[in-house]
Design a protein around this ligand. Structure first.
Ligand code: PLP
Length: 426
């Protein structure tokens, strides 16, 4: 089929009628498909069920002889630190192991920075007039929600196939002295699936920024390859150390999409001064994390190689789901000039760009046919996509057959919304 914009009005109206018939057929099926959040499927969670029996009644000491039932061990068990260190390629001395959620770590780091500031700074971030974060878009809605909650100004800039638009990053940093952070999902980013290239990592490490500027390096998908070999991510920590900006990166990761999404283990990696401050402040909040869950993870995975082997089994479950999205989009939307979409090599999402001004309409139409999509705009600060065109597709939870139907519905809605728009504007 040719591009929609090249069709005559009668051709478009004829096509619209056919699509409306298909749409009504979907509506009569009583579908209830949820493509909103990137949750692991029950089959993925099942892969870690043996962990539920660990560590076992008599196994309450780790390899160091520590009694895991008791208080203490604020920065995590050495064996757990080693696993995270290997997964995100930093030395274990940088790591603090937290509770079950990396998002909670990000939240607390920023809240504490607002109250107390961070090493290298002049005081609490809340005293910086017009405090701002750089937000490459499309991005992760919960990052933006933390900034919104704390009244932090968000400056959007494009997410390119190489990572954040570094020209824009450097320009903003030159022009605006109130910027203290940037959000980056560096590998298989949420939602575009891109991995930052080595040149981007180098520029991030070397660029000029305030001494208390921090890169929030949310490496949520560090081992979530769909294909072998997975994408390579350059070593930001080492690049920052070499550039004399040792305290600049704060890295986050978790096993939420490795073991159990609600009962995983989270960790962060910081420069030495920031790590010391984080531990001092965390010691006012807790006497220690859940070491039994950490030890259970160590027993189950043994080491980073064990995690990688486990993730190959996840990939086997995820590949057909992601393939279903690509197959349907290619068949339904390819060559029509009404949408582009990403073909991620890992992670949890496909980013779909529909015709400008159509994303909200697609979500509405899909919802009325029983397919729930993440709200249009969710990938932008304040839920406001200036072009109203980006949609995030999360194919992990439903089965491949359900995804196929859901994507057919979405494709029909994308085409209907596009035709409606073309007819209205021409
Ligand atoms: C980029 C990103 N960071 C963090 C999270 C949440 O991580 P956690 O479960 O460790 O809080 C998600 C979940 O979807 C995510 O996509």
């Amino acid at each position: 089929m040719s591009e929609f914009a090249k069709l005559s009005r009668p051709e478009l109206e004829g096509l619209q009628e056919k699509l409306r018939t298909r749409y009504r057929q979907f509506q009569t099926k009583g579908l209830t498909l949820d493509m909103t959040r990137g949750k692991p499927s029950p089959e993925q969670l099942d892969l870690a069920n043996d962990m539920l029996a660990l560590p076992g009644a008599d196994h309450f000491r780790d390899d160091q002889g520590t009694d895991l039932r008791n208080y203490g061990g604020l920065d995590g068990l050495p064996a757990m630190k080693q696993i995270f260190a290997d997964l995100i390629s930093v030395a274990p001395e940088h790591i603090i192991v937290g509770g079950n959620s990396s998002l909670a770590l990000m939240h607390d780091v920023i809240l504490r920075a607002m109250l107390f500031g961070v090493p290298g700074g002049q005081g609490p971030w809340r005293e910086i007039s017009n405090l701002a974060f750089l937000c490459p878009c499309p991005g992760y809605d919960r990052h933006f929600a933390i900034c919104e909650m704390l009244g932090i100004r968000m400056i959007t800039l494009p997410m390119l196939p190489t990572g954040p638009d570094m020209d824009a990053v450097e320009q903003h940093l030159r022009d605006d002295s109130a910027i203290r952070g940037i959000w980056i999902v560096p590998k298989y980013s949420n939602p575009t699936g891109i991995t930052c290239n080595a040149a981007t990592v180098k520029r991030l490490a070397e660029m000029k920024a305030a001494p208390d500027f921090r890169i929030f390096w949310d490496n949520a998908y560090c081992v979530h390859d769909l294909q072998e070999p997975g994408d390579d991510l350059a070593d930001l920590m080492q690049a920052c150390i070499s550039a004399g900006n040792t305290e600049r990166p704060i890295m986050f990761a978790s096993t939420s999409k490795i073991s159990f999404a609600g009962s995983g283990i989270a960790a962060m990696a910081l420069g030495p001064e920031s790590r010391k401050q984080a531990i001092d402040l965390a010691s006012k909040q807790t006497i220690g994390p859940d070491k039994i869950n950490q030890w259970r993870h160590v027993q189950f995975f043994q080491d980073a190689a064990g995690v990688r082997a486990h993730m190959r089994r996840h990939a086997e479950l995820l590949r057909p789901r992601f393939a279903a999205v690509q197959d349907v989009f290619e068949k339904e939307l390819g060559g029509r000039g009404v949408a582009t979409w990403t073909q991620p090599r890992g992670g949890y999402f496909v980013s779909l760009d529909v015709m400008p001004g159509c994303a909200r309409e697609v979500v509405r139409l899909a919802g009325e046919a029983g397919v729930k999509l993440t709200a249009a705009g969710a990938t932008y600060p304040g839920g406001q996509d200036p072009e109203d065109q980006n949609l995030r597709i999360a194919p992990s939870l439903p089965g491949a057959e359900e995804i196929k139907i859901a994507m057919e519905v979405v494709s029909v809605c994308v085409k209907l919304a596009a035709i409606g728009r073309i007819l209205k504007t021409n």
